[in-house]
Write a new protein. Structure first.
Length: 160
C-alpha cells in the first residue's frame, strides 16, 4: 500500500536556476549559440533556493540578501559594458540565454537582460527584454516559458 502511494506522488519539480558561463562567450553571439553546448559554471549564480518570490507579470525576482550580494559583485570594476552572459535552466534543461548588463553601457543588445539593480532596499532583479529598451529586442519572449513557471509555482515562489 505504501509503495502504491509513493508511486502516485508527483515527481519533485526540477529546480529553476541562472548560471554564468564557464567559457568566454560574447553576449552578442548568444543568439547563434547552441545552448546545449555551452559550459555552465557551478553552482548557479541564482538557484530557486535564493528566490523569495518571482513576479510573473513583470519577471521581477526578489532575492535573499546573499544572492543579491552575489549579483551586485558581477558589476564590480572593471565594468563589462558588453554584458556578462547567463543561461536560465530548469533542471538540466536550458531554456534561454541572456546577459547581465550595466546601465553604464552605451551598447544596445537584442536579447534578454538583467540590468544592474540600483535599489539595495528592494533586493530584487528584473529579467527584461532588450537594452537600452524593449525596442532593441526582436523575437519571441522566452521569459514565460511554461517549464519555468511550473517549476517556480511548484516551489511556492511564483506570484501573479
Amino acid at each position: 500500500m505504501l509503495a502504491t502511494l509513493l508511486a502516485c506522488q508527483p515527481p519533485e519539480p526540477e529546480p529553476f536556476s541562472i548560471h554564468l558561463l564557464a567559457d568566454e562567450v560574447p553576449a552578442a553571439e548568444l543568439s547563434t549559440c547552441d545552448l546545449s553546448k555551452l559550459e555552465l559554471q557551478e553552482p548557479p549564480i541564482v538557484s530557486d533556493n535564493d528566490i523569495i518570490s518571482y513576479w510573473q507579470a513583470t519577471h521581477e525576482i526578489e532575492l535573499t540578501a546573499e544572492a543579491y550580494e552575489r549579483i551586485q559583485e558581477l558589476y564590480d570594476l572593471p565594468v563589462r559594458v558588453s554584458g556578462m552572459p547567463f543561461v536560465v535552466s530548469v533542471g538540466r534543461e536550458r531554456i534561454y540565454a541572456g546577459a547581465f548588463w550595466t546601465p553604464l553601457s552605451s551598447l544596445s543588445f537584442d536579447g534578454v537582460v538583467i540590468i544592474q539593480p540600483l535599489d539595495p532596499s528592494k533586493r530584487s532583479i528584473t529579467i527584461e527584454l532588450g537594452y537600452p529598451s524593449p525596442q532593441a529586442f526582436a523575437g519571441p519572449d522566452p521569459r514565460s516559458d511554461q517549464r519555468i513557471l511550473r517549476s517556480l509555482q511548484a516551489k511556492g515562489k511564483l506570484e501573479q
